[in-house]
Design a binder for this molecule. Structure first.
Ligand code: COA
Length: 453
């Protein structure tokens, strides 16, 4: 008979005491971030004389964790698959670095290279059979249990028990810390006029029976709001969102037309409001499956009419999309943007949408005043990372309309993009397009009616 080991219940200080100089820790992402450990990790240095640690995360939410402050910058080396505001700040102290990735192979590549000493994450309570659900995230969390030498879970009755393939047996876990903080939520942000305009443009192009992926932010939420009168939509998405629950409840999503897991809603993680967590709790219609599979563009392409909707920071006149950096400043990460944009175009009848406001308010360094700046640009700000290549871009949407770029020449796409730029910047963009050789003066008559009078 094989004797299964039994996970041991410990306190957070027992975990801190275990840490040794140079230990590498990988943490669960988004709502699965272990809040108690994050709030206390700096005490490994202060109270237990640990000299150095390495910590990897993705889309962190504990913005006030002391480990991100300058005080600990010579003790902890941070790496991240997706920057958040706290890590953006920590980056300035010199102890944080971004891991370039597409989500579907982020962890597989990292875990080939790095054997972590600890995986730390939030999770549901063990059930009567000894199974623990990794709750809201299976982007890399179940793979991390296999990679790490030691797994420590903050088990919590407020975390939903979910299905897919993120259940693990207590015998696969080393230590459990009992906690009872609320499952972290993502606030519902009210939609503005631009979100609504963009949402309508996109929703008008989504047919009944489509399978949807929505990224993070106001624009994807606005699209969802406009989809409530559609029929037989399906969900195959990296992130399961609060708005998707509304679409299921109003009957717009049935999942009937899906080729993969018909009738089920497939995602790699869930992040949203409490209603979302109540919905996914003990609900076998939602499957949270490893991000390496969910986001594989070849898997995504197997459903028909797959639609992907993601946001961006800049789109260049040649169609290159920058969504993760502003010039040399790493802002967030690619996440699943490329996986889902390419996957949607692998799908029969599929479409990808990159949605952005035509302008951003950016502080003028001389006056300190925030001024509008076009997000459609002649070229990506020097030093910026191209997230989606110009060969992979499909539709680009602003509050002024949709530029359909699939199959276009550079000249055609520059014209389409100028038409959806903010009117204040269109003529300037045209002149710059001419000066960099994408356009010529011969195109001026086609565009002049779009310039501001
Ligand atoms: N130049 C300078 N600043 C810019 C800018 C630009 N071109 N575009 C945006 N900004 C500024 C905004 O003014 C805003 O600043 P503020 O916070 O001081 O107001 C900030 O950057 C954020 O812009 P916003 O448009 O509000 O971003 P968002 O919260 O809607 O997120 C992305 C947009 C692109 C950053 C986000 O969707 C992302 O990280 N995407 C990449 C990953 C992805 O799409 N994955 C797929 C699903 S997970």
């Amino acid at each position: 008979m094989i004797m299964k080991k039994k996970a041991k219940y410990i306190k957070v200080d027992d975990f801190l005491k275990m840490l040794k100089d140079g230990d590498k820790i990988v943490g669960g992402m988004a709502a699965n971030e272990p809040q108690l450990i994050l709030a206390n990790l700096h005490r490994a240095f202060d109270d237990y004389d640990v000299k150095s640690l390495e910590f990897t995360n993705c889309l962190g939410i504990r913005q006030d964790a002391p480990i991100y402050t300058e005080k600990y910058s010579d003790k902890i080396e941070i790496s991240s698959w997706f920057y958040d505001p706290a890590i953006r700040k920590a980056h300035q102290n010199g102890n944080a670095s971004f891991i370039p990735n597409y989500l579907h192979y982020a962890h597989t590549k990292r875990f080939e290279r790095v054997k972590y000493d600890y995986f730390v994450s939030a999770a549901s309570m063990p059930d009567e059979h000894g199974y623990i659900s990794l709750s809201t995230c299976n982007v890399y969390e179940k793979a991390a249990v296999k990679n790490a030498k030691v797994t420590v879970l903050e088990v919590n009755p407020n975390f939903p028990r979910t299905f897919g393939d993120l259940e693990i047996h207590i015998s696969e876990v080393d230590y459990l810390i009992e906690t009872d903080y609320p499952c972290p939520t993502l606030p519902d942000i009210p939609l503005n006029e631009k979100d609504i305009a963009i949402g309508k443009f996109i929703a008008d192009r989504i047919e009944d029976g489509s399978c949807i992926q929505l990224g993070i932010g106001g624009i994807p939420n606005a699209v969802a709001e406009q989809l409530k009168n559609k029929k037989d939509l399906g969900i195959h998405t990296e992130m399961f969102t609060s708005t998707m629950v509304d679409l299921i409840e109003c009957g717009a999503v049935t999942g009937k037309k899906k080729k993969l897991y018909p009738g089920k809603h497939v995602a790699a993680f869930a992040f949203g409001n409490q209603k979302l967590y109540d919905f996914i709790n003990n609900n076998p219609s939602v499957l949270l499956i490893d991000g390496a599979w969910v986001n594989d563009p070849y898997v995504i392409g197997q459903n028909d009419k797959q639609v992907s909707i993601n946001a961006a920071l800049e789109v260049a006149l040649d169609g290159q999309v920058a969504s993760e950096s502003i010039g040399t400043r790493q802002f967030s990460g690619a996440g699943g943007q490329v996986d889902t944009a390419v996957g949607a175009q692998n799908s029969k009848g599929g479409k990808s949408f990159i949605a952005l406001y035509s302008t951003a308010l950016v502080r003028n360094p001389e006056t300190g005043v925030r001024e509008p700046k076009s997000k459609i640009v002649p070229f990506i700000t020097p030093g910026g990372a191209v997230t989606l290549s110009r060969a992979d871009v499909d539709n680009v949407v602003t509050e002024y309309g949709v530029a359909e770029l699939r199959g276009t020449t550079l000249k055609e796409r520059a014209i389409e993009l100028i038409k959806i730029a903010h009117p204040d910047f269109r003529e300037e963009l045209f002149n710059e397009g001419v000066s960099i050789g994408i356009l010529s003066e011969r195109e001026r008559p086609k565009l002049v009616k779009y310039f501001k009078k």
